[in-house]
Design a protein around this ligand. Structure first.
Ligand code: RNT
Ligand code: ZN
Length: 412
């Protein structure tokens, strides 16, 4: 089937494939740098901590800024559209002999990333790194010791400054997401005090003067982590309430809920009460496992909600996973392309007709049409999108990654 045939087929449903392609071209997704090096970063030596974990030892991990940038560039060349790169504060690029602790990080330590972003025509997003650090032992912004809390408050404020610098340099807002791993392995004696301290620390961070048009701070909740199974300070209720009261953007990671809860079902409620909503699109398998994003039911359902709610400009989409068991460049390419493909699927759905059937309580037609569109020729429209944006089709990109693996990754 050709693109023209597919276009005709969708047109019979009242769906304009050309328009969908144009919309998709304008959607930028934030691609997480940390898939490239298993969340190791460049500023500390120790292990990954904070209740998150990478598994696998596929060869070719990026071990320095040059390698990580080279791998990101390779991935970007295989991903349609123009996107953003999401950096963590543990990825500063110091000069020879230079080092700064997390609370002393400055824009200059990220200048090379700005140069990289300009060269590649991408935006930058940012994240304080409140884990994998000697002072991040179990608790950070909610730590009982003031000295430790103050350190992480200073870190977050430093990150706001760096985010502002990115926005100034690149001419587009930086999304800065705060996630802290604070929690307890076993039954708490006091659930309130750590939450009160987290609230107070956030108040102190937001007391800093910054331009909210340039930096969109988001707060990411979680249900549990490895080694913090019994209590998470920054729970969903905590951050939803804090964000609403303080006009901050909440962030939902779809690995951070009970397996019977779906982020796709939460988006509409959050959009009713928030100007913007941020997402970490991930794939939990049994737990918050951060598997590569697939073109699966929940990813499609999430994107359908965004499209149907007419909220492509209000939902800030970022990816968050770290798989060390497969080629890491391929992991980026697969996840990004799947997220975009799921958006395309949503754009090619006869959403207004389906909504009307629901309102008319014609559930028979609704079910029939929802099933009908599942096997419509999405692939042809996707191929056309890849062609128009100058990137390889689904059956072409992997051999390019394989060559890169042979020539670059396996020689590391
Ligand atoms: C952890 C959160 C957080 C991290 C990244 C590295 O559970 O999902 O977003 O994955 O910041
Ligand atoms: Zn996340």
């Amino acid at each position: 089937m050709s693109y023209i045939d597919a276009k005709t087929k969708y047109a019979k449903l009242g769906v304009d494939t050309d328009k969908a392609i144009e919309t998709l071209k304008n959607l930028s997704i934030s691609m997480h740098c940390w898939q490239g090096d298993d969340v190791v970063g460049f500023d500390t030596e120790g292990d990954l901590t904070g209740g998150i974990q990478t598994t696998g030892n596929y060869p070719g991990r990026a071990t320095n800024p040059e390698e990580l940038m080279q791998d990101i560039e390779k991935a970007l060349s295989l991903i349609p559209g123009a996107h953003k790169i999401n950096l963590h504060a543990c990825y500063p690029i110091f000069e020879e002999g230079e080092w700064a602790d997390r609370d002393a990080l400055e824009p200059k330590h990220f200048k090379k990333w700005v140069d990289f972003a300009k060269k590649n025509g991408v935006g930058l997003d940012f994240n304080p790194t409140c884990f994998s650090h000697p002072k991040a032992d179990g608790m950070t912004l909610s730590h009982p010791e003031k000295e430790i809390r103050d350190f992480w408050i200073r870190h977050c404020i430093a990150c706001i400054k760096i985010s502002e610098y990115f926005a100034d340099e690149l001419g587009r807002p930086t999304v800065m997401n705060i996630w802290v791993p604070d929690g307890l392995k076993d039954i708490p004696a006091d659930r309130l005090a750590p939450r009160a301290r987290l609230k107070d620390s956030l108040d102190k961070i937001f007391a800093t003067d910054y331009d909210r048009n340039k930096v969109i701070v988001t707060l990411e909740s979680k249900v549990f982590g490895i080694g913090v199974e019994s209590y998470t300070v920054g729970s969903s209720e905590f951050y939803i309430s804090y964000s609403a009261k303080n006009n901050i953007t909440p962030l939902m990671d779809n690995g951070h809920y009970h397996p019977t809860e779906f982020v796709s079902d939460k988006i509409s409620s959050m959009l009713l009460f928030n100007d913007k909503v941020a997402l970490h699109v991930s794939r939990p398998v049994r737990w918050d496992s951060d598997h590569v994003v697939l073109f699966d039911d929940e990813t499609r359902e999430i994107m359908k909600e965004i499209v149907r709610n007419n909220a492509l400009d209000r939902v800030l989409i970022a990816l968050d996973y770290f798989d060390a068991s497969i080629n890491r460049v391929a992991a980026w390419v697969i996840g990004m392309r799947n997220a975009q493909k799921a958006v395309l699927y949503a754009l090619l759905s006869p959403n207004a007709d389906l909504a009307k059937m629901q309102d008319d309580r014609d559930f028979t037609s609704l079910m029939a049409l929802q099933e009908q569109v599942k096997t419509y020729p999405l692939g042809e429209v996707w191929d056309e999108f890849c062609k128009q944006t100058g990137v390889p089709a689904d059956d072409e990109w992997l051999s390019i990654v394989r060559d890169y693996e042979k020539e670059v990754l396996l020689k590391r």
